[in-house]
Design a protein around this ligand. Sequence first.
Ligand code: TYC
Length: 114
Amino acid sequence: MAGAGSQPPGGGDDGGRSNTAIITKAKPRTKRPNLYRVLLLNDDYTPMEFVVHVLERFFNKNREDATRIMLHVHQNGVGECGVFTYEVAETKVTQVMDFARKHQHPLQCVMEKN
Ligand code: TYC
């Protein structure tokens, strides 16, 4: 469709006959990355102290916050450890799952798009 908006801002639709410059100002487009929640899932076998340790070690929580999150997961079935970009979230999930497996605990850690 020809008409309003079909030419660049600043006009100058003279078929190239004049030497008027068109200066377009770039819009400041700061694009935010997609964010992912990393979640711990409850189970009946992983010791509470192990889950607290995981939260301290991989999610940089202090003991108080780690204990609060662990108890939330224990009581509600699932809880958030943090929100990260895709690659960081994926790394956290892998680290937790590897660490749990190494200690023979069934602890599950997953990520979901925020
Ligand atoms: N429910 C476990 C227990 O009673 C503790 C636990 C908490 C396990 C959080 C996993 O993500 C978890 N020992």
